[in-house]
Design a protein around this ligand. Structure first.
Ligand code: NAP
Length: 308
């Protein structure tokens, strides 16, 4: 296949930290344009809106939507209508239902829609999945605790409706969980802490299970200072499996099985190029559905107002 010409949409933190370097390292894809209201990239045609890009003579085959989830549906719909393949940052949208028309549009036009879950491409995730296929899990404990002021400074969209709050990182844990367990999981209960001045939770506790009765406890906290944790501990019939560093490290009964530098975004882009080559889509809404269920079922409590 010829080189895929990509427009990066929303030149913010993740676009600069991960998308630009990942694309630069791959021979099959290149940045052909940037669409961002405020940011510019030297040496690349830049536009403030997708309409301006599509009205120009700059040719692109695909867009990577790195904007906040609240604006992504409209951008994806516009790009698909213009005949472009679409990569969605996680979470794939601000609601579950908004994905159905996008999936239909991609199918009808023979285009690729790729809802990415970057954490599923962490190096220890597939080894953990293989271990759990061979050794029955007995319990799962997830601790996803980070300091929002360090990792998302000033990103007000994260605490607005549809921004997911602490589920913005927490959904990464759910994307891993739903990839590695042998059976589908469902939500049984949740607690959500909302700052008095914000529309999205700053902490959450989830209790989940599968049909075999596997107990799963997940705790997400956005106010963690000191050591941060993106860890998943699984007791299994074959011993204790510890998946840590967001899926980069794996130990079995304390012995290291995987300890690799993460390279999630190059793998994401290889997958995107492959999907485009086959004109296929990949949209798994399971992690977003679990978050939506937490909003449906969760006991809400109000906590201290949050300021940056
Ligand atoms: P960000 O730094 O706020 O960047 C998003 C960019 O989108 C902004 O710089 C802004 O650029 C544009 N934008 C913001 N609001 C917009 C609006 N209302 N309409 C159109 N464009 C808007 O956010 P981010 O951290 O990169 O996160 C973006 C997405 O990537 C989120 O869904 C997040 O979950 C996901 N993600 C983030 C990380 C991370 O470590 N930060 C990791 C993995 C995934 P302009 O002002 O120039 O338009």
């Amino acid at each position: 296949m010829s080189m895929l010409r990509l427009a990066i949409v929303g030149l913010g933190k993740i676009a600069r930290d991960q998308h630009l370097p990942a694309v630069a390292g791959l021979p099959s894809i290149a940045i052909a344009a940037v669409v961002s209201r405020n940011a510019r990239l030297d040496g690349v045609p830049c536009f403030e809106t997708l309409d301006e890009l599509f009205a120009s003579d700059v040719a692109v085959d695909a867009v990577a939507l790195c904007t906040p989830p609240q604006v992504r549906r409209a951008q994806a719909a516009l790009a698909l209508a213009a005949g472009k393949h679409v990569m969605l940052e996680k979470p794939p949208g601000a609601t579950v239902s908004e994905l159905a028309p996008l999936i239909a549009a991609a199918r009808d036009k023979g285009l690729t829609l790729f809802a990415t879950w970057h954490s599923r491409f962490a190096p220890a995730v597939d080894p953990a999945r293989a271990f759990l296929a061979a050794h029955r899990p007995l319990s799962v404990r997830i601790d996803w605790r980070e300091d929002v002021r360090v990792w998302h400074p000033g990103q007000d969209w994260i605490f607005e409706a549809g921004g997911l709050g602490v589920f913005d990182p927490g959904i990464n844990a759910l994307s891993i969980l739903t990839r590695i367990l042998p059976r589908p999981v469902f939500l049984q209960g949740a607690g959500l802490a909302f700052p008095a001045n914000r529309a999205a939770p700053i902490a959450a506790e989830l209790d989940l299970a599968d049909e075999a009765g596997l107990p799963i406890r997940a705790e997400f906290d956005f106010l963690q200072t000191g050591p941060q944790s993106w860890d998943m501990r699984m007791e299994t019939e074959g011993g204790t499996l510890m998946l840590s560093a967001g899926g980069a490290k794996l130990t079995h009964d304390g012995r290291p099985l995987v300890d690799e530098a993460e390279a999630e975004y190059p793998a994401l882009y290889r997958r995107f190029v492959d999907l485009v080559g086959r004109r296929e889509s990949d949209v798994d809404l399971t992690p977003l559905q679990l978050v939506a269920d937490a909003f449906l079922l969760g006991q809400r409590r109000s906590v201290e107002a949050f300021t940056w």
